[in-house]
Ligand binder design. Structure first.
Ligand SMILES: C[S@@+](CC[C@H](N)C(=O)[O-])C[C@H]1O[C@@H](n2cnc3c(N)ncnc32)[C@H](O)[C@@H]1O
Length: 201
């Protein structure tokens, strides 16, 4: 059954998402995203393109299939997709219900998504299904912290943040492992909260 609740939440967020995402934060993380996305090669799935803010960090000339549950987010992304020096084909699709064949993609990239996907372990298992056996997943994510004051604060913040957008207290590295991936690298960029993750199928 389509997840109309999640879709409606992100459709509603779409018009103001770029303001909420904050230019300063985008600029701060740009070099790290560029480094992560510089690994793009082969048949690529980008999960949760959103309004396309990540496109500024994509290397030129790639052939990318990008999905998002929210058609409104993808509408806002349209000029950025148009301006990309390469190919981005978009599909409105829930990660839990992707209609791609098993073992379709060489690589999967995603950014700030598993703070938002309703059932993260199921979503990650679905990604594993469409990744080729020797494929690799690359993630830029913010998660909860294991340090007590932050852990508590982020759990409290999530009570409000999840009504409008993401959760602040996800355990994404553990979720990636629980989905059956082998985590090969975790690179903490701010405390243990903002990080890049690499994982093999
Ligand atoms: C915090 S935004 C990040 C967007 C973009 N990657 C960025 O960093 O600017 C989370 C995105 O995940 C998408 N999303 C949430 N749940 C999803 C799902 N089940 N399947 C696909 N996309 C989903 C939302 O529509 C939204 O665009």
């Amino acid at each position: 059954m389509p997840d109309t609740v999640t879709q409606a939440k992100w459709d509603k967020a779409a018009p103001t998402f770029d303001i909420m995402a904050a230019k300063g934060a985008e600029e701060r993380w740009l070099p790290f995203k560029k480094k992560l996305f510089s690994n793009m090669d082969g048949k690529i799935l980008f999960l949760a393109l959103g309004t396309g803010l990540d496109i500024a960090s994509f290397p030129a000339g790639k052939d990318i299939t990008a999905i998002d549950i929210s058609p409104r987010m993808l509408e806002v992304a349209a000029p950025r997709i148009e301006a990309y020096d390469g190919s981005i084909e978009t599909k409105v699709m829930d990660v839990h219900e992707m209609d791609f064949d098993d073992d379709t993609f060489d690589q999967i990239f995603t950014s700030c998504t598993f703070c938002s996907v309703p059932n993260p372990v199921d979503g990650l298992k679905a990604l594993k299904r469409v990744l080729k056996p020797d494929g690799e997943m690359f993630m830029f994510e913010h998660t909860g912290s294991s340090y007590y004051p932050f852990k508590l604060m982020m759990t409290l913040m999530t009570q409000i943040s999840r009504r409008l957008g993401p959760d602040m207290n996800r355990t994404t590295v553990a979720n990636v492992e629980a989905a059956g991936f082998r985590v090969t690298e975790v690179n903490n960029l701010f405390l243990d909260i903002v990080k890049t993750i690499r994982a093999n199928k």
